[in-house]
Design a protein around this ligand. Structure first.
Ligand code: HAM
Length: 453
């Protein structure tokens, strides 16, 4: 059998690959208006970065990371030897840790500087059990803002994400925005203890995994998919009843900004997110129908301690990431399809082989002038050249035959109206030559104008 793509990965075929490029361009345009600039970081980092940044006890780090290892180091390990910490590498399971590492390493937010607003788009890797909407390699678009702790940063980041979903075609009414606050190092420890004590009281009703979680990271139990655990955790203490004054004020201010922007949201005190770096604001955007259990199309929050965790000076941060593939599923659920990738302004058809060289040069001249087009490369009959032009959805077909050529003419058919006319070949070529001298990116005239309609 022919070799297939690895489990949990997907090829983006041309229509979709073009849509992904469009998706990123719309993101860059919208987020650029909010001051976000692109950053590119490596697809793999030292494993230590993710362990320290995301948290050793998270599923992402403890179960789902792909290790990247050079052939020589692999051999050393297989031989029972050990390798240096800096040679322990992992494919990035998310983008935040790498971006924060880059900000610290390159001192992008010197003391007193304005915040660094950064955006990225690209593949992330998690060794999860693949299912619809859950892949092992998936694409994220994300933003990170480092150097400001004001709630306005959180609010504008969330607003910007919701604007993006609408701009790309995901109906806002099909989404639900959940918000919560995770508190900070001042108020969270006491809250965590309260949850642990509650879980101890209900140990008999909780699954084994949750009882283990109660020891290491009790808040993870809010994410347990077991219906029995979910029912028990409904009665657990709520973080929003345990926030310190500063965290409460921050949370209230974020919500006030969202209210002011007219953005609907649901407060969900059980929203804890799967990564350990969050402080204060956390949020998630879900699609309400047609997506099954993998319905989170984006999420994020504030991480005011992460820069210190990876060895930098205190630098507050806020960010989020959206899942591209889940956005595609949301678009499908809303009945939207990709626009076809290919564009074909014209097709040059040859009546016989004697005009092939002339046709070849006309096609080149058209492309140099900014038009997209094709000719036959397989010696098809005139009839099947027209069929091909139809298939490519060509707007116009220029037919070159020995008789027309002898008179310096070319026959042009508008494929929509079926109107035909004879255009002067020399005049057409002179116009095309003028157009091709124009700088790239100018708006070419319509094909009708080129053929002197
Ligand atoms: P996350 O919630 O783990 O957050 O991932 C963000 C989004 O990526 C999810 O909402 C989902 O749409 C998509 N996603 C996650 N895992 C998969 C998967 N296996 N297959 C397909 N899509 C997936 C983060 O990654 C944080 N770094 C977000 C952040 C940025 N927080 C602060 N700054």
């Amino acid at each position: 059998m022919a070799i297939q793509s690895p489990e949990g990965t997907r090829d983006l075929l041309p229509d979709e690959a073009k849509f992904w490029a469009h998706f990123k361009a719309v993101a860059a345009d919208i987020f650029g208006r909010y001051g976000y600039l692109p950053i590119e970081t490596p697809l793999f980092e030292q494993t230590e970065l993710f362990v320290r940044g995301i948290g050793e006890a998270t599923d992402v780090v403890s179960k789902e990371m792909f290790t990247a290892i050079s052939g020589q180091n692999l051999q050393t390990l297989l031989d029972g030897g050990s390798i240096k910490a800096k040679s322990r590498l992992s494919l990035r399971p998310e983008g935040t840790a790498g971006v924060v590492r880059a900000v610290v390493q390159h001192d992008l937010v010197p003391q007193g500087a304005q915040p660094a607003k950064l955006m990225y788009a690209g593949p992330m890797f998690r060794a999860e059990r693949p299912q619809k909407g859950r892949q092992r390699q998936f694409n994220q678009v994300g933003i990170e803002c480092l150097g400001a702790e004001e709630p306005s940063v959180d609010a504008e980041g969330i607003i910007m994400l919701m604007r993006f979903y609408a701009a790309i075609g995901i109906p806002v009414e099909s989404t639900r925005l959940l918000v919560n606050s995770m508190g900070c190092e001042a108020c969270r420890p006491a809250y965590r203890e309260a949850v642990r004590a509650f879980m101890a009281e209900h140990a008999g009703e909780l699954c084994e995994e949750c009882n283990r979680r109660a020891e290491i990271n009790p808040l993870r139990a809010f994410d347990c998919k077991n219906p029995g655990c979910a029912a028990v955790m409904e009665g657990a203490p709520k973080i929003t009843d345990h926030l310190c004054d500063d965290c409460r004020a921050h949370y209230e201010a974020v919500k006030a900004y969202l209210d002011g922007a007219g953005l609907a949201y649901v407060e969900d005190s059980k929203l804890v997110r799967g990564l350990d770096y969050y402080t204060r604001t956390v949020f998630e955007v879900q699609v309400t129908e047609g997506m099954g259990s993998q319905n989170a199309i984006g999420g994020g929050g504030r991480y005011d301690k992460l820069a210190q965790e990876v060895g930098g000076r205190p630098t507050p941060g806020f960010g989020w990431a959206l899942g591209y593939e889940r956005c595609v599923l949301a678009l499908e659920a809303a009945g939207r399809a990709f626009p076809p990738a290919a564009r074909c302004d014209f097709f040059v058809a040859c009546v016989d082989d004697s005009v092939r060289a002339e046709a070849f040069s006309l096609v080149q001249a058209m492309r140099d002038a900014g038009f997209a087009g094709e000719m036959d490369h397989q010696h098809r009959s005139l009839k099947s050249q027209f069929k091909l032009a139809d298939k490519l959805d060509a707007a116009q077909v220029a037919v070159l035959g020995p008789d027309e050529l002898a008179e310096g003419k070319v026959k042009v058919r508008n494929m929509q109206t079926h109107e035909e006319r004879l255009a002067d070949l020399a005049a057409t070529k002179a116009l095309l030559a003028r157009l091709s001298a124009e700088p790239q990116g100018f708006e070419p005239p319509s094909i009708d104008e080129v053929f002197g309609a």
